[in-house]
Design a protein around this ligand. Structure first.
Ligand code: SAM
Length: 165
């Protein structure tokens, strides 16, 4: 029997999955000291969640145009402003393979466009993750050296993806 899935269902599944995957990744990388990267600030809800639950690690935010809630706006020195297609390659030179956790939520409403974009940015993200680091994404990514992990309890298949170096 197939279940009809509404846009509200999809939205709720995405939010629940984001939180479950982020909480899992935060816990798995708790002993690491490398920086955390948030790719796509948006309203800043996931950034705020990470700032609330991650202690002792720098959190850098990659965003092309800041329009976040005032409570969820990073300080200027932690903001890497611009298109990630340019700022990610520049960050490889700046940080190297240092990130303990990278979260990407860069997509819009068009799933096909999101997939094309995920294919483009995957090789730009891959060299930034430290050995043992985790990458959480709302879209399936296309990595050569990272391993996709089973989703944690509470996350919905296809709504979030977790990878480890
Ligand atoms: N996770 C966020 C939250 O909890 O509020 C929502 C992120 S929102 C869906 C996606 C964000 O990614 C938007 O703010 C958009 O401007 C940003 N974005 C999309 N493509 C980008 C690109 N090529 N470079 C930089 N930022 C981009």
């Amino acid at each position: 029997m197939t279940k009809d899935v509404s846009r509200l269902d999809l939205f709720i599944d995405r939010m629940v999955s984001q939180r479950a995957c982020l909480d899992f990744a935060i816990s798995e990388t708790a002993d690491m000291t490398g920086p955390v990267f948030e790719l796509g600030l948006g309203n800043g809800r996931t950034y705020h969640h990470m700032k609330t639950h991650i202690k002792g690690r720098d959190t850098y935010v990659f965003e092309r145009a800041v329009a976040s809630h005032p409570d969820s706006t990073p300080p200027d020195e932690m903001l890497i402003l611009g298109d990630v297609r340019e700022t990610l390659p520049a960050s490889v030179e700046r940080f190297g393979a240092a990130a303990s956790l990278i979260h990407a939520d860069l997509g819009g409403h068009n799933r096909e466009k999101n997939d094309v974009f995920a294919r483009f940015v995957s090789p730009l993200i891959e060299p930034l993750l430290a050995p043992g680091g985790l990458m959480v994404s709302s879209d399936r990514m296309y990595f050569e050296t990272l391993t996709e992990l089973p989703l944690p309890l509470g996350a919905v298949e296809g709504r979030c993806f977790v990878y480890r170096r």
